[in-house]
Design a protein around this ligand. Structure first.
Ligand code: NAD
Ligand code: GLY
Length: 364
């Protein structure tokens, strides 16, 4: 991990709770972890939750940063994969933390993608009824989305993220140089969430992605710092105004109603979450056009950008339309025949509308 150039680092403050927290963004900021944790003055051991993939890449850098500040840490390795985002894995984290002597002053560090973050976050929310959490997101999705905002949780056989807690971290270190080792597919899936921020709240970001799609795909470092910063700033502003998702935060679900349905009918194995969201965003934009919420052409503009970023934009014909519509009925945001749906009014501006579930069928 390279030392961070002062000019290339950014800080976004997230003003929730009494003191809020900072997200530090830049190539090489991982090396600052020891300093950041020292500032939290933990008396008990620091517990680093990670998986074998991420540990092999960044475990040594994290341990040496902590050791350089005289901080002892216990690494808890959990298996890699969404299928392990379960209560059983949570027990593994609790037991490892307790047997390493963790106490109420301990800090749990989440080193990895969204799966590690959600599990470590839920562990931090519930161990001793709440210990401090520090996020070190290493996927694009985790940097721009899951590491900020305090949602934590696990899956149940009934569906994803059904058991969890809100628990804000004490800080976030988003080291953009860690994105260099992500597979192309995981990286592009993260880009879908970046496009989402552009569509819902930031036309300039959307324009930038259109203009610079090649540099984005090439993971240009300076551009990545800017993109991650913009996304975290948007998420921070949303979460500050609506931490518990009573209203505004629902905008972050743009493309997710259909996206979740696609994931569900394909058994969560065929598409990555971001890929399903990409298709879901185009479907949502088409529906927005049909509802007269936006002028025609918006959906195809989103579609073109997703294609330029090498993401799937059209729902393939072999996915049964009726099973998709049925899957929408099981979404958390659905009550009766009505669905709270995020519609586009124009690029950079979305609103929520209660619509008949049946209307979704027409957009599919
Ligand atoms: P993930 O955590 O499964 O990571 C994807 C893969 O990349 C894994 O195999 C991981 O080991 C690997 N990886 C991580 N960092 C790497 C790196 N730097 N180099 C190489 N490989 C690396 O998936 P994800 O997309 O990061 O997160 C998805 C999860 O996030 C889902 O469970 C979703 O529900 C959750 N999520 C939570 C929130 C929230 O607000 N809490 C928001 C969005 C998504
Ligand atoms: N990823 C959606 C949210 O954090 O609310």
């Amino acid at each position: 991990v390279k030392a961070v150039a002062a000019s290339a680092r950014r800080v976004v403050h997230v003003a929730v709770d009494e003191s809020g927290y900072d997200a530090h963004i830049g190539a090489g900021v991982l090396a600052e972890l020891g300093t950041r944790i020292m500032a939290l003055a933990p008396l008990g051991p620091v517990v680093i939750v990670t998986n074998p993939t991420v540990r092999a890449l960044y475990g040594a850098a994290v341990e040496s940063s902590l050791a350089g500040c005289g901080i002892g840490a216990r690494i808890v390795e959990i298996p890699d994969g969404e299928q392990y985002k379960t209560l059983e894995t949570l027990e593994l984290i609790f037991d490892a933390a307790l047997s390493s002597g963790a106490d109420r002053s301990s800090v749990i560090v989440a080193l990895g993608g969204g799966v590690v973050g959600d599990l470590a976050g839920f562990a931090a929310a519930s161990l001793f009824r709440g210990v401090r959490l520090y996020m070190v997101p290493t996927t694009l999705l985790a940097q721009v989305d899951s590491s900020v905002g305090g949602k934590t949780g696990v899956n149940r056989p009934h569906g994803k993220n059904l058991v969890g807690a809100f628990h804000q971290p004490r800080g976030v270190l988003a080291d953009t140089s860690t994105l260099a080792t992500l597979s192309d597919r995981e990286y592009r899936a993260g880009l879908a969430e970046v496009v989402k921020y552009g569509v819902i709240l930031d036309k300039d970001l959307f324009d930038l992605l259109e203009r610079e799609s090649e540099r984005v795909l090439a993971r240009d470092e300076a551009l990545l710092v800017e993109i991650v910063e913009r996304c975290i700033a948007i998420k921070a502003r949303v979460v500050e105004r609506d931490e518990r998702e009573a209203g505004l935060r629902r905008l972050l679900n743009f493309g997710h109603t259909v996206g979740h349905a696609i994931e569900k009918v394909t058994g969560y194995t065929r598409f990555l979450h971001g890929e399903a969201v990409a298709m879901g965003m185009v479907a949502a934009a088409k529906l927005s056009e049909q509802l007269g919420a936006c002028e025609s052409g918006v959906a195809s503009r989103i579609e073109r950008l997703l294609q330029a970023l090498e993401l799937p934009a059209t729902i393939s014909g072999d996915l049964g339309r009726q099973s998709l519509v049925d899957a929408v009925a099981f979404d958390k945001k659905v009550s009766g025949d009505k669905v709270i749906f995020v519609v586009v009014e124009r690029i950079g501006h979305c609103v929520q509308r209660e619509i008949d579930r049946g209307l979704i069928a027409t957009a599919l």
